[in-house]
Design a protein around this ligand. Structure first.
Ligand code: ATP
Length: 289
């Protein structure tokens, strides 16, 4: 079932002359993990804000086309209801923290408190998301006295506790080291397996290659590619659009130029694929000698 259906979406921010999104059409199925790539200014955040209802309910501007999420027209939803259905995790977790609470536990419970969830259920749900995001041992700490990775997981937990149907993440790992990045990707994949629909704007293509089900590439507000990570991330046009490619693809492309990558084999996007390809070259050489 398609949870997100966008048709010919063109959106222009107030007081600007060029659309930030142009004729964007896409659908996303329930439980899919879709990564959005694109250079700076491509429209990734704008797409995230649209799914979260900030566009057109907070940023007014001009919206043309159709945006339906969970069967509802984004123009018709009320933002205060919508935040319960579609969770948005910002790039900088600092922006997400309420500032109203002294401990991580209270911070995560804050949203449930606001909608009057009974105490017992609240405790159960908070403990559940703390376990899922691996932050049980931070419960009594101040949300401000944490590392970037810990803070990002607290921000994520405070959204997840609301049990959104769709989770939108705008470059959630940009502040994180590789360990923190892996933690976030693992949690996201687990959620997708549980049926949550995931849209993640992200630059780190090696991670996308390993974890995402599908990739949508944006440039200058348009969709320029969509498909499996292996298809989209090996598209030879990506560098022309200013989109970074996987280091494994880059190395193999150079090797292919020297005849050191099997001609019939697709370029790799993950370390495993690169290893398998180079091993095949090695074996073919060993056979010759
Ligand atoms: N609040 C705003 N008001 C006016 N124009 C905006 C606003 N936010 C973004 N834009 C413009 O919309 C276009 C798309 O920006 P957007 O932030 O969606 O791109 P992005 O792909 O998320 O880039 P980045 O990787 O830098 O976050 C850009 O031309 C940007 O200048």
């Amino acid at each position: 079932m398609a949870v997100i259906e966008i048709q010919n979406l063109t959106y222009t921010y107030p007081a600007t002359s060029h659309p930030a999104l142009r004729e964007v059409s896409l659908t996303v199925e329930a439980g899919e993990f879709v990564a959005i790539i694109g250079p700076n200014g491509a429209g990734k955040s704008t797409l995230c804000y649209t799914l979260a209802g900030f566009i057109p309910h907070f940023f007014k501007g001009e919206l043309q086309g159709e945006v339906r999420v969970a069967g509802q027209d984004i123009r018709r939803v009320r933002l205060e209801d919508w935040v319960l259905k579609v969770g948005l995790v910002f790039q900088n977790p600092f922006n997400q923290i309420s500032g109203a609470k002294f401990t991580v536990y209270e911070e995560i419970a804050f949203g449930l408190e606001n909608i009057g969830v009974p105490r017992e259920e609240m405790k159960r749900r908070v403990e559940e998301v703390m376990a899922l995001t691996g932050i049980e041992d931070l419960a009594d700490r101040s949300p401000y006295a944490l590392s970037g990775g810990q803070q990002q997981r607290v921000a994520l937990a405070s959204i997840l506790v609301m049990q959104p149907e769709v989770l939108v993440l705008d470059e959630p790992t940009s502040q994180l080291d590789p360990i923190g990045t892996r933690e976030v990707f693992q949690v996201i994949r687990r959620l997708a397996h549980q049926g949550v629909t995931i849209i993640m704007a992200e630059h780190k293509v090696e991670w996308i290659a390993e974890y995402a089900d599908r990739v949508i590439a944006l440039a200058e507000g348009r969709v320029i590619g969509t498909g499996t990570p292996a298809d989209v991330l090996t598209d030879p046009r990506l560098p022309d659009y200013g989109i970074g490619i996987s280091r494994y693809t880059a190395v193999a492309r150079r090797a292919a130029g020297e005849g050191l990558w099997p001609a019939e084999r697709r370029l790799p996007v993950t370390l495993d694929e690169a290893e398998a390809g180079f091993r095949a070259v090695e074996e073919a050489h060993a056979h010759l000698h």
